[in-house]
Design a binder for this molecule. Structure first.
Ligand code: GLU
Length: 395
């Protein structure tokens, strides 16, 4: 029925990552042997010590609404984590716990962006940033980086993109989908540009912090001149294999944290009580407890890069963090393979799904139409079989 749904939802693109995962699931349910490399989701089980904390919380009757901004003990644990891992001083009044880092990001953008404000996104960027900005009636403005600069932007590029309309810059290191990690020096040189524009906020998405293969993680808010206008987002999904538990959090200037709490109080209220209790245990544990997963991702990274490197037309980056490779596959554009013509990266990803039964995500949704994203948060057997099938499908 025309006009039934709002213009807002009609113009909203579906999440490309979740759509591809759903397509793969559908094919699997039809009996096809699909290998899912589309979703950024660790294939490990949540560690036992965290599961036990959740069971304990159930038995201890944690069943009521939580404070909208999260349990006080959890906010204390988050402050300690920020201090221990990031050398950041936040007090509990600056913390808001949300239903996944995605909600932390959505809250932050909703409370800071007015219609017509520009938000700078560094392409490639995670698919939902631009949609969330559009929902707030802001304008997502892309700054392009490519494989030649390891998918990172220079201070000159940042300066050139800033206008009087710029309200926020979203940064993300380790990056989804490129895996690039900004060094402290690189971040300091971007901060030097932002120092000239005191009205611009920085949203620093650090959800892949611990999935890092060597370049030390550096939190943007650690730069003293940036602290008062940086919103630091993190969560437990990726590092602790807790994607479905849906716990993210944000550290921000107190007035912004309060605004996020108000927003959340009118939309979802506090995050799940059991998951919050389990998150206290996760964050209080030494980081060494999850190193086995990071080590395994590192091994898989080497293997998938070596294997994909043997496929004609794949131009590869060498990710330093997260669990994705983001090859340029534009070599295949305007070519017909097994009767199917590939015009763009969406066609390419669809071709791999239909022909090889391997799910990936088109680079278009990440602002890089020459690439596809392949997640290696999958077993080594699946990675090897997937690459073999991709190779066969392309020859
Ligand atoms: N962030 C993950 C990804 O990029 C999970 C799916 C999503 O929320 O986009 O695959």
């Amino acid at each position: 029925m025309k006009g039934e749904l709002s213009n807002r939802i009609n113009s909203l693109p579906a999440s490309a990552t979740l759509t591809m995962a759903a397509k793969a699931r559908d094919l699997k349910n039809q009996g096809f042997n699909v290998i899912g490399l589309s979703l950024g989701e660790p294939d490990f089980n949540t560690p036992d010590f965290i599961k036990e904390a959740a069971v304990q919380a159930v038995n201890d009757n944690y069943n009521s609404y939580t404070p909208v901004d999260g349990y006080g003990e959890l906010k204390e644990a988050i402050c300690k984590k920020f201090k221990r891992d990031n050398h950041l001083d936040y007090s509990p009044s600056q913390i808001v716990v949300s239903t996944g880092a995605k909600q932390s990001i959505a809250n932050a953008i909703q409370v800071l962006i007015n219609p017509g404000d520009d938000v700078l996104l560094v392409a490639p960027y995670w698919v939902s940033y631009s949609a969330i900005v559009v929902l707030a009636e802001g304008n997502p403005i892309e700054i392009y980086s490519d494989i030649k600069t390891d998918f990172k932007i220079t201070p000159e590029q940042l300066e050139k993109a800033i206008t009087r309309k710029t309200k926020m810059v979203v940064i993300n290191s380790p990056n989804n989908p490129s895996g690039s990690v900004y060094t402290e020096d690189e971040y300091r040189s971007l901060a030097a540009v932002l120092e000239k524009y005191p009205d611009i906020y920085i949203l620093s998405d650090e959800i892949y912090e611990h999935i890092n293969y060597g370049v030390p993680h550096f939190s943007f808010a650690k730069i003293p001149s940036m602290y008062d206008r940086t919103l630091t987002v993190n969560g437990v999904a990726k590092a602790f294999a807790m994607t479905g538990w849906r716990i993210g959090y944000l550290g921000a200037p107190e007035r912004i944290a309060k605004a996020c709490t108000k927003m959340q109080g009118q939309t979802t209220s506090g995050a799940n009580c059991i998951a919050q209790r389990a998150t206290i245990t996760a964050l209080e544990a030494p980081v060494s407890k999850i190193q086995y997963m990071v080590d395994e991702f590192a091994t898989r990274r080497e293997r998938i890069i070596a294997l994909l490197g043997t496929i004609e037309g794949f131009v590869l980056n060498h990710p330093k963090g997260a669990f994705y490779v983001f090859p340029d596959i534009s070599h295949y554009f305007r070519k017909t393979i097994k009767g199917k013509t590939i015009e763009n990266s969406s066609d390419f990803a669809l071709y791999l799904l239909e022909e090889a039964h391997v799910a990936t995500v088109s680079g278009e949704a990440f602002g890089c139409p020459n690439n596809i994203r392949i997640s290696y948060a999958a077993s080594m057997d699946d990675i090897e079989e997937a690459v073999k099938r991709i190779q066969q499908a392309l020859t």
